[in-house]
Design a binder for this molecule. Structure first.
Ligand code: BDP
Length: 703
């Protein structure tokens, strides 16, 4: 890989994300110049058509060095934004549009007059918006404007970001600076960055943003905060992004002066209905509420002896007349409940299937514990067939190295979406359980903050990008998404692209290996969740202790969730339940999730379990070392500033990967008393040193 000109690309700070328009090389530039001389938009213009026309103008202006003019009619060499109303003949030439819904689009080069034009066609302006971004992306990726042929529509109607942002501007599990929402200055001072946030969301198909933390403050429903949310909604609207709020179940009491928050109380019901009406007056297209109830100390209907369905329905009834939705989280587990934590959400919610009002959507994390580097898919997918579900993923890497470690999460979400639930029959994947419902979706816990590069590191931007692309197309491949992102972010040198994709595709598995290999989970240190803490055993709630999850002792390691243990395996359909009940047929990557096995258990590699575990930890560290070497070779091919940023992050990741390996293996060896496995690097420090480490003021603790 030689630097072609010997001239380093200019420094970049990452602010532009993947919307980083750069002039194309000469030949494609000439082709685009000839194909995009002018733009024609439907009339009358709306804020949304203005947004897409503006974006196309900016992008094409840079890509080919000349901004397109405005066309008066469809002519050769123009880009026509067409709806069946504005351009019936051109729209007809784009094939049937009915199945595209309001958000789908067609982008194709079609004969117009004596030449050809680029037609972006959709039934609704929202489709034009997404089609416009698809066109820009295709051109950035090198598509020939003379032969475009794209057609796409999202299978999920809700494609949301969940910001865990507090009203004091701290961000729970946020590793990219303060909250991007400058609440104090809103609504009168509206940072230009909000529009860039919305543009970025729109460019990957994200159509809603929950503004605040699921551990919600009641005040977000005060008149002052509704006005702030309304100001953001005004900025987001032209970009097709609706605003949602997380609400606190006890708000009627805390904010509304009610004597109770009992959902069966008439006064409480009236309060929620009035609040919904007040919000919709300020934000006519308000999306709805998200609720974390009776979970980790949050108030909820069970405080009043009511079920999750009764609680959810009370709030949903308040929103229904306005057409908005109530998203109710299934992330529940109770300290008083001796059942395996992994089983509690299923226990609680499956019996309620069919009891929720039509505008309730139950929001389920990808796995049954909590966004761990690897979990099996959540057994609620496929088991709640009468209730629309939202798949909740975590973009912010609370458990995968904050924003310091390179971990591309596309493969993890792809793995979940493609998991076969076998409910009601084989082939019914998690993605299929979602798309079977008209009003289902995905929610991604945002990794965005006020850092100049948005996400705390350049590579973390890929997780925002990939999340949006997968929520739009649940069947997309994470490798292809990585390749797109690599070109959009680092330019179209194929050697750079391929190296970056290789790094990305290896990265998540590396984290699994050096943190929690072979199905281990929840080994991180307490509270801030930074670094290893497999020895932690003294916290009040049993299921907050890593020792609860790994159960390592002199004889063996792993959580027995088989039918001989907690029985969690039975929450899955056959043949999964049978397959995962037997260590011989359980995939290695989930082995210690479902089984407690002796340290001497023979593994497929021929090693025993202890040796295999150590080897996996070591392999994770070696992969990070390889990522560093690959990145080093890109010096001179990526601008110096971003190259240095990424190098520093990788060096830190390498050190922390070694720390994870060394601390975990030192601890497990202290428990099992076995000899150090041959060929595996011995720990650099002592267990006592690792145990003594403290991290005051680690980020992400929230308010
Ligand atoms: C856990 C986080 C905690 C969140 C919780 C949730 O540690 O900060 O509030 O998930 O999703 O992973 O509600």
């Amino acid at each position: 890989m030689a630097t072609r000109t010997g001239v380093l690309p200019p420094d970049e700070d990452g602010y532009e994300l993947w919307l980083r328009y750069r002039t194309l090389p000469a030949a494609p530039r000439r082709r685009l110049l000839a194909s995009a001389r002018a733009l024609l938009a439907p009339r009358p213009a709306t804020p949304m058509t203005d947004a897409v026309v503006g974006e196309l103008g900016r992008a094409i202006g840079v890509l080919c060095g000349r901004a397109p003019g405005r066309a008066a009619r469809a002519a050769p060499g123009t880009i026509v934004l067409a709806t069946p109303q504005s351009q019936p003949a051109l729209a007809a030439a784009c094939g049937p549009l009915e199945d595209l819904g309001d958000e789908g689009y067609v982008v194709r080069t079609a004969p117009v007059g004596r030449g050809r034009a680029i037609i972006v066609c959709a039934r609704h302006e929202r489709g034009l918006l997404y089609g416009g971004f698809a066109l820009i992306r295709a051109l950035q990726l090198g598509a020939d404007p003379r032969s475009l042929d794209l057609r796409s529509a999202p299978a999920l109607s809700l494609r949301l970001l969940n910001h865990w942002d507090n009203l004091d501007r701290s961000v729970e599990r946020g590793y990219a600076g303060q909250s991007i929402w400058d609440w104090w200055k809103l609504p009168s001072i509206v940072d230009a960055r909000y529009a860039d946030h919305a543009r970025a969301c729109a460019s990957v198909g994200i159509n809603g943003v929950v503004l605040n933390n699921v551990n919600a403050a009641s005040e977000v429903l005060s008149a002052a905060w509704i006005a702030k949310a309304a100001a953001l909604a005004d900025v987001f609207r032209p970009w097709g992004v609706r605003v949602y709020l997380s609400v606190r179940f006890s708000a009627p009491r805390e904010l509304g002066g009610q004597a109770t928050a009992d959902p069966a109380d008439a006064g409480v019901q009236r309060w929620w209905a009035d609040k919904a009406a007040e919000i919709h007056r300020a934000i006519p297209d308000f999306g709805g509420w998200l609720v974390k109830a009776n979970s980790e100390g949050q108030p909820g209907p069970q405080d009043y002896g009511r079920s999750h369905a009764e609680g959810a329905n009370t709030l949903a009834r308040a929103l229904a007349p306005h057409g908005s939705v109530l998203m109710w989280r299934a992330f529940v587990y109770a300290a008083e409940n001796p059942r395996d934590r992994a089983m509690q959400a299923y226990d609680e919610f499956v019996p309620l299937d069919g009891q929720f009002l039509p505008n309730v959507i139950v929001q389920v994390k990808n796995g049954p514990i909590d966004f761990q580097p690897r979990e099996p898919f959540h057994p609620l997918f496929g088991a709640m067939r009468a209730t629309p579900l939202i798949l909740e993923c975590q973009l912010t890497k609370e458990y995968l190295g904050f924003s310091t470690h390179l971990a591309y999460l596309g493969p993890m979400w792809e793995e979940v979406l493609r998991s076969d639930t076998h409910r009601p029959q084989a082939g019914h994947t998690v993605a299929a359980t979602l798309t079977a419902q008209p009003r289902a979706g995905m929610a991604g816990v945002a990794n965005i903050g006020s850092d100049r590069n948005w996400c705390g590191s350049h590579f973390d931007q890929a997780n925002w990008y990939a999340y949006g692309r997968l929520a739009w197309d649940v069947g997309a491949r994470s490798r292809a998404i990585a390749a797109e992102w690599a070109v959009l972010t680092f330019g179209n040198d194929p050697a750079v692209r391929d190296a970056v994709v290789r790094m990305m595709m290896a990265s998540r598995e590396a984290v699994v290996d050096y943190m929690t290999p072979l199905g281990l989970h929840h080994l991180m240190d307490t509270g801030h969740h930074h670094g290893p803490g497999p020895w932690v055993s003294e916290l009040n709630r049993p299921e907050w202790n890593p020792t609860y999850y790994h159960r390592a002792d002199r004889h063996g390691i792993g959580f027995d969730r088989s039918t001989r243990g907690s029985g969690a395996v039975s929450q899955y359909a056959e043949p999964l339940a049978r397959r995962w009940d037997d260590p011989q047929t359980t995939p290695e990557e989930l082995l210690l999730w479902f089984h407690h096995l002796p340290w001497g258990h023979p593994m497929p590699s021929g090693r025993d379990l202890w040796h295999e575990l150590a080897e996996r930890y070591d392999r994770g560290v070696r992969t990070v070392q390889r990522l560093r070497a690959t990145w080093r070779r890109l010096q001179g091919h990526v601008d110096a500033r971003r190259h240095r940023d990424v190098s520093e992050h990788l060096a830190q990741q390498h050190a922390e990967a070694r720390w994870w390996r060394d601390a975990c293996l030192a601890y497990f060896q202290s428990v099992n008393g076995r000899p150090w496995p041959e060929g595996v690097t011995p720990p650099a420090g002592t267990l006592a040193e690792y145990r003594a480490m403290r991290f005051a003021f680690a980020p992400g603790r929230g308010g």
